[in-house]
Ligand binder design. Structure first.
Ligand SMILES: [Zn+2]
Length: 83
């Protein structure tokens, strides 16, 4: 069973790529604050690309576990008035 999600552009069906990286190609984001999701060896958060089967859009998404950690970290910084 392949996981699907709704395309934010056309409302179509999106399916994820089998892998997060291919050759040297990756989609990444480096947190602009000190984050639990990154360390000495992993400086970035990687996204998995999804393809919309209706409009052809390719969109990278970060997994929910990492996303919830980053959201919490951001909320703390906001509470402290740092963002
Ligand atoms: Zn679409």
């Amino acid at each position: 069973m392949v996981e699907t999600r709704k395309c934010p552009f056309c409302g179509g069906r999106m399916v994820p790529s089998k892998v997060e990286t291919y050759g040297h190609s990756t989609y990444f984001w480096v947190p602009p604050w000190k984050s639990k999701t990154t360390g000495i060896f992993t400086k970035a958060v990687y996204g998995r690309v999804w393809l919309c089967l209706d409009c052809g859009a390719l969109i990278p998404y970060v997994n929910r576990t990492k996303l919830s950690i980053l959201r919490e970290e951001f909320e703390v910084l906001r509470t402290e008035g740092k963002v």
